[in-house]
Design a binder for this molecule. Structure first.
Ligand code: CA
Length: 228
C-alpha cells in the first residue's frame, strides 16, 4: 500500500532534518517548506495526507495557515499536527481551536512523533458518517432531530448538557477540543460556570458510556478528544 505524502513546514533546519529523516525511513513521501508562504502554497497544490506545521515561522505564521486550511473545503479535512515550543502553550490551545488535530511540544522524540503521525493517519482513514442531523461513529449514533444518542442500539439517558457535549465531541472524532470550546458549545453563556465544571459533565457521560467510556480521552491541560 502506498504511504501518504506528508508536508512538513518548519524553519529550523535541524528539526526539519530529523523529522524528514524519520518519516522517510518509515516509507512516507515527505516534502519540506522552510517558511509559511511556501508551506501554504505546497499544501494547497499537493493536498497531502498529513501536515506537520511549526507555529513560529517566517512569512505567514502557523496559526494563520491552520485557519486558512480549515476555511477551505479542499484542505479542510487534511490531518494537521502542530509543532510548538513549550513557551507557546497558549498558541497550542488556539491552534486546536482553529482546527489542528494534534500537537507535539518541542523537544519531542522521533518515536513519539511517528506514533502520533500513525494515529492521525489511522483516524483519518476510519469510516464514519457525519451529516447535519446524524452522526454514526463506531457503536455510537447521535440523532439531532430526535435529540437521541444510542450506544450499540441502546438509548442513552443523557441530560441536555451531556447530550451536547457528546455530540460536539463525536462530531469531531480525533480532534482535541478545549474546555473553553466545549463550554461555549454545550453550555452556552446562559449559565455561569467555571472551566472545571466541564470535567463533571464529562465524568457523568463517561459513566453512561460504560465499557465504551474510553471513547472520550482526556487531553492533558487542554480538554477532551473523541476516539473511535
Ligand atoms: Ca519555528
Amino acid at each position: 500500500m502506498n504511504k501518504p505524502l506528508i508536508v512538513v513546514v518548519e524553519d529550523e533546519q535541524a528539526i526539519q532534518d530529523v523529522v524528514a529523516y524519520n518519516l522517510r525511513r518509515e516509507g512516507y513521501e515527505v516534502l519540506l517548506a522552510g517558511d509559511g508562504d511556501e508551506g501554504l502554497a505546497l499544501i494547497q497544490s499537493k493536498r497531502p495526507g498529513l501536515v506537520i506545521l511549526d507555529l513560529m515561522l517566517p512569512g505567514i505564521d502557523g496559526l494563520s495557515i491552520c485557519q486558512q486550511l480549515r476555511a477551505d473545503p479542499k484542505t479542510r479535512s487534511i490531518p494537521l499536527m502542530i509543532l510548538s515550543a513549550k513557551e507557546e502553550e497558549s498558541d497550542i490551545v488556539i491552534g486546536l481551536s482553529l482546527g489542528a488535530d494534534d500537537y507535539l511540544a518541542k523537544p519531542f522524540s522521533s518515536r513519539e512523533m511517528l506514533a502520533r503521525v500513525k494515529a492521525l493517519l489511522r483516524r483519518a482513514n476510519t469510516s464514519r458518517q457525519v451529516s447535519d442531523d446524524y452522526i454514526q461513529v463506531g457503536p455510537l449514533s447521535i440523532d439531532f432531530a430526535r435529540y437521541e444518542a444510542k450506544l450499540g442500539g441502546q438509548l442513552l439517558t443523557l441530560t441536555a448538557t451531556e447530550f451536547k457535549l457528546l455530540a460536539e465531541l463525536a462530531g469531531h472524532p480525533g480532534r482535541a477540543l478545549t474546555r473553553e470550546h466545549l463550554l461555549n458549545r454545550a453550555v452556552g453563556d446562559a449559565v455561569v460556570v467555571v472551566d472545571r465544571n466541564i470535567d463533571v459533565h464529562i465524568r457523568s457521560v463517561r459513566k453512561k458510556l460504560g465499557n465504551h467510556s474510553g471513547m472520550i480521552e482526556t487531553v492533558r491541560g487542554l480538554g477532551y478528544r473523541f476516539v473511535e
